[in-house]
Design a protein around this ligand. Structure first.
Ligand SMILES: Cc1cc2nc3c(=O)[nH]c(=O)nc-3n(C[C@H](O)[C@H](O)[C@H](O)COP(=O)(O)OP(=O)(O)OC[C@H]3O[C@@H](n4cnc5c(N)ncnc54)[C@H](O)[C@@H]3O)c2cc1C
Length: 386
């Protein structure tokens, strides 16, 4: 058992931390105010090679492990940035890497690694299915040499900032499959080629997150766009989802550390009733408690990522890490918001921006209720709730 970060991970932390820090609070505040995509930051991360961390060296990436990638995203948020602007490029990769054909990998991975192709959009959620992914209705009808896809996705983030779309669709109706998880297929779709067959509509949100409804009308794709076997898409998706849960967990850890840092500093400097507010246990204890929960959740994240990197089953650990990290970062956000008093809601202190950003993680990419249901059912073998 090794509780130390490797030399590589410490080097990553220092380098990504310096890059993220160079953008500064004002940059992220302005992006938030204008609801603008952090293009300059994502370009800098791409040019420095960090977004190609999980692509093997043979395809032009740096061939790092998932825990290394976790440290990258953690460090972005640790410095007050928002890793959500670019995180999908890393987790969508797991499906392509583990289940894509050699031709698919050759076609997209080197171009993603050199920044000429962006795979930032992931289309799973649908309006009628919600958390029940197995009930999605978007359907890919088999035709000679390919498929024609029709349906609708919701909450597809960064669709407009992406060249490729990793899309989940039914290839066999739900009613006709023996196993509930069968009959779904995963497609790698070229957004530019699709033209009007993919129509995005922006969803306005309280945080700076570029997300959309996507209407899919007679989208024609070749067989070569399908990842792996027809009907096995849900299984392939799980490798991306476990990676996603751990990368998002890492953004939570980064956020949590940022909140603790800001709250600790403010509680030490702010004088009310002739003494620092942090001298009051009512102020100090919530910060200390959030710090402890954050440290514990980081260990869970590390265990899950270590299992992922050894290609061992990690579904339970990845889900538990996502729950614990998002709850810990929210606890830290609330502690910081309370510590800052009225100034917590003033945009110039950045607390409200990060508070909005970190709140999302209790709901997406999977809501914490669904994690609790998973743990009750699959880890503790209790009766099914759905
Ligand atoms: C900003 C944002 C970005 C997103 N980006 C993407 C993306 O890029 N790609 C993508 O595919 N999706 C994306 N999502 C979708 C996200 O994964 C879903 O919002 C999330 O999985 C919850 O689904 P839902 O919103 O439909 O909630 P619902 O499923 O409608 O659930 C609503 C509430 O009911 C609770 N609930 C539902 N069923 C149960 C149950 N059985 N037991 C207990 N509680 C239950 C849930 O926990 C939740 O609190 C994004 C969402 C947001 C908000």
């Amino acid at each position: 058992m090794d509780f130390q970060y490797s030399d590589t991970q410490q080097d990553i932390r220092a380098a990504v931390g310096a890059l993220a820090r160079s953008f500064g609070d004002e940059y992220w505040r302005k992006c938030d105010e204008e609801q603008r995509y952090a293009t300059e930051f994502v370009d800098a991360m791409t040019q420095a090679g960090w977004l190609a961390a999980l692509i093997p060296e043979a395809y032009g990436g740096s061939g790092l492990g998932l825990l290394d990638a976790c440290v990258i995203l953690e460090e972005i948020n640790r410095q007050g940035g928002n890793g959500a602007a670019c995180h999908a490029q890393m987790y969508t990769m797991a499906s392509v890497l583990q289940h894509g054909s050699e031709a698919q990998k050759q076609a997209v991975l080197p171009r993603i690694a050199d920044g000429s192709l962006r795979l930032q959009a992931f289309g799973v959620t649908e309006p009628d299915a919600g958390s029940n992914t197995l009930r999605i209705k978007t359907f890919a009808r088999k035709v000679n040499g390919g498929y024609v896809i029709n349906g609708q996705k919701i909450w597809t983030s960064r669709f407009r900032q992406s060249d490729m779309y990793l899309l989940l669709a039914r290839t066999t109706p739900y009613e006709d499959v023996k196993k509930k998880t069968d009959g779904l297929s995963l497609f790698l779709v070229d957004i530019r080629k699709a033209g009007k067959a993919l129509e995005p509509r922006t969803i306005h949100t309280m945080l700076n997150h570029h997300t959309n409804e996507v209407f899919i009308d007679q989208l024609e794709v070749d067989d070569a766009c399908r990842i792996g076997e027809e009907g096995q898409g849900f299984k392939y998706l799980l490798s991306s989802l476990n990676a996603e849960r751990l990368l998002v967990s890492s953004e939570c850890i980064g956020d949590g550390k940022w909140f603790i840092d800001r709250a600790r500093k403010y509680a030490t400097e702010r004088i009310v009733f002739d003494r620092p507010i942090g001298a009051n246990q009512g102020v100090a204890f919530p910060i200390a408690k959030a710090h402890m929960n954050l440290c514990a959740s980081e260990l869970m994240r590390n265990q899950a990522a270590s299992l992922f990197d050894q290609s061992l089953p990690c579904g339970a650990e990845a889900n538990m890490a996502k729950y614990l990290c998002s709850e810990a970062s929210w606890e830290a956000a609330e502690a910081a918001m309370t510590t800052f008093g009225g100034y917590g809601v003033a945009t110039e202190y950045d607390i409200e921006r990060k508070w909005k950003e970190t709140r999302l993680f209790r709901t997406a990419p999977i809501s914490n209720n669904l994690v609790l249901a998973y743990v009750a059912q699959h880890v503790l073998d209790m009766p099914r709730s759905y």
